[in-house]
Design a protein around this ligand. Structure first.
Ligand SMILES: [Zn+2]
Ligand SMILES: [Zn+2]
Length: 328
């Protein structure tokens, strides 16, 4: 099979011909149809995530069709379409796993990071961590649901019942979260890179009440701010935009340093929290919403061998919505 490999020596992925992986007990072999390109993949190739398998096949927003079932697999059938997310396995035994917080597992495996992922024609995955996908999305549309949508959903859930939601960084995650928030009768305020009118237009089209640059104050006080841009300087800025009792949720796996700020920004029971990974329950809950709401998924697709160009476009903000590799 053809695959794109990260070997840790540079930020460039190398195209290789590799033997097809074989499904072990509990695993399924998938013919990959599409794989989303997530900002986490950029943090991987930029070596901001420091403990990858080496070499590793990146990609954790995998849509594929079951080509072979390993021993003991239940719940999936040959030929069925399946989604593979970031959380690839957990230990099931640590105190986090035993308290419904498997996203914090001490010994988890992550797809496209510590486990080979979906920048390839084929992959194997532990079937217990895979999801059934809503039928009415194409393969390309379904791919971003698996991280941008799913972890975006967990980020939104951390805002509790906040009514006025600010989204900082309007890319793959935020454009899905905005629609889920609207579906939940919340108001959305979208902050983009200064001057990114394409992203602002997209936000307004998807139901945002306001869209502007992240250097602008919102027209109203927010109840929560969700940060999808990996920019620590946005934390104090977002704190100033949220009302007393409000929360700033950092939705990414990596962020530049947060600059010092006066305690007064945090005063008034404001909180800053991070979101780590996902639980399988998050996935089930989010796929149910994705099934019920017909989210509009904005994508730019690339051939597998163009993965480096997709990463570059994501890095420079040249694309709107989500980048997706297709294996066609
Ligand atoms: Zn565990
Ligand atoms: Zn991701």
């Amino acid at each position: 099979m053809r695959a794109m490999l990260f070997d840790g020596s540079s930020a460039t992925l190398y195209e290789r011909d590799l033997p097809d992986p074989r499904p072990g007990p509990g695993q399924i072999l998938l013919d990959v149809h599409a794989c989303g390109v997530c900002r986490t993949d950029l943090h991987l190739v930029d070596r901001e995530l420091t403990e990858p398998k080496r070499p590793v096949i990146p990609g954790h927003e995998i849509v594929g069709v079951v080509a072979e079932l390993g021993a003991g697999v239940t719940g999936f059938a040959l030929g069925e379409r399946v989604g593979v997310p970031w959380l690839g396995r957990t230990c099931g035994q640590c105190r986090y796993c035993r308290s419904a917080r498997e996203n914090l597992c001490d010994d988890a495996g992550f797809t496209g990071y510590t486990i080979d992922g979906g920048y390839a024609e084929r992959t194997v995955a532990d079937s217990r961590y895979c999801f059934h996908l809503p039928f009415h999305y194409t393969d390309i549309e379904a791919a971003p649901l698996l991280c941008a949508g799913l972890i975006g959903y967990r980020t939104l859930a951390m805002a509790g019942d906040a009514k006025r939601i600010g989204l900082y960084g309007f890319g793959a995650a935020a454009h899905i979260v905005a629609q889920v928030a609207r579906h939940q009768q919340r108001e959305v305020y979208a902050f983009t890179r200064a001057g990114d009118h394409a992203a602002q237009q997209l936000a307004l089209r998807l139901g945002a009440a306001w869209a502007g640059g992240s250097d602008e104050p919102p027209p109203v006080e927010l109840d929560a701010a969700l940060l999808f841009a990996p920019v620590g300087a946005l934390v104090p800025r977002a704190l100033r935009a949220v009302a007393k009792g409000g929360v700033v949720v950092c939705g990414g796996i990596h962020m530049s340093d947060i600059p010092a700020f006066p305690y007064a920004f945090l005063w008034g029971e404001r909180r800053v929290v991070s979101v780590a990974n996902l639980t399988r329950d998050d996935g089930v809950a989010f796929m149910r919403i994705a099934d019920a709401t017909r989210l509009s998924i904005e994508t730019t697709s690339y051939a597998l061998s163009d993965a480096n160009r997709a990463l570059d476009d994501l890095r420079s903000g040249r694309l709107t919505g989500a980048a997706v590799l297709t294996m066609g």
